[in-house]
Design a protein around this ligand. Structure first.
Ligand code: GLN
Length: 211
C-alpha cells in the first residue's frame, strides 16, 4: 500500500504558506504521496509524521505557543521522542537550549530546548541587512544552495550530538541533531527544494523504523 505522509507546518506566525508550498513541491519531487497540513492544536500535533517550524519571529511564536501548556508539552515530548522536525530561523531559535541577544546576553523567551545549541539572535544585523549567499551543504549534494538570510541567528555552541551541516564565513548556520534539522536561513524562500526533500526522506526513514 502506498504510504500517505502527513507533514505539518506549525501555523502560529511566520513563513507558513511558503513552507506549505515548498513541502508540497518536495513531496512531488520525491515521488511520495502525502499531504501538508497546518498545525496549531493538540490533535494536529499528535497526528503529523513530521513538522516544520517556520521562520518568523521567535518571541511571538514562543509566547503564543506557550499560552497552551498542553500543546507546548506535547510538542516538546513528540520532538523528544523522535518526530522529524525542520526548523528554520525563528524555528531553530525556538528549539535551542540557550538563546542570546547580540548585546543583551541570554534572552528570557520560552524555549522548547530540544536542540542542544546556543544561538545568537539577529547575528547578521537587521531586516535591511538581509542577504542571499551560496552555501555548501554536502548533505544535500554538491551543487551550492542559495540561502536567504533575514535577521538570521548564528549557532555559537553545539552539544556532542549536534552535527554541523553548513557554515557561512566560518559561522555555523545549519545543524542536525538526530531527528532535528535547524537552519539560520530560509529554504522555503527559494525554488530549490533540496532541504525540504531531505526532510521528507527523513520522515519516511523514521516511519519505516517505527513499523
Ligand atoms: N530574528 C528573528 C527571531 O529572533 C528570526 C528571523 C527569521 O525567522 N527570519 O525570532
Amino acid at each position: 500500500m502506498t504510504e500517505i505522509l502527513k507533514v505539518g507546518v506549525l501555523s502560529i506566525q511566520g513563513d507558513i504558506e511558503e513552507n506549505i508550498i515548498s513541502c508540497k513541491a518536495a513531496l512531488v519531487e520525491s515521488g511520495v504521496a502525502g499531504e501538508v497540513v497546518k498545525v496549531k492544536d493538540y490533535n494536529e500535533i499528535l497526528e503529523v509524521d513530521g513538522l516544520i517550524i517556520p521562520g518568523g519571529e521567535s518571541t511571538v511564536i514562543s509566547t503564543m505557543m506557550s499560552l497552551n501548556q498542553s500543546n507546548w508539552k506535547l510538542l516538546n515530548q513528540r520532538i523528544h521522542e523522535g518526530l522529524p522536525v525542520l526548523a528554520t530561523c525563528a524555528g531553530m531559535i525556538l528549539l535551542a537550549n540557550r538563546v542570546q541577544g547580540k548585546t543583551t546576553g541570554e534572552t528570557k523567551q520560552k524555549l522548547l530546548k530540544n536542540l542542544d545549541i546556543t544561538v545568537e539572535r539577529n547575528a547578521f544585523g537587521r531586516q535591511h541587512e538581509s542577504f542571499e549567499t551560496d552555501l555548501n551543504i554536502p548533505m544535500i549534494g554538491e551543487k551550492p544552495f542559495k540561502a536567504v538570510f533575514i535577521r538570521g541567528p548564528v549557532v555559537k555552541e553545539t552539544g556532542n550530538d549536534v552535527q554541523v551541516i553548513a557554515k557561512y564565513n566560518n559561522k555555523i548556520v545549519a545543524v542536525q541533531q538526530n531527528n532535528i534539522v535547524g537552519t539560520s536561513f530560509h529554504p522555503e524562500l527559494t525554488e530549490d527544494n533540496r532541504i525540504h526533500t531531505y526532510f521528507i526522506k527523513s520522515i519516511l526513514k523514521n516511519k519505516g523504523k517505527l513499523k
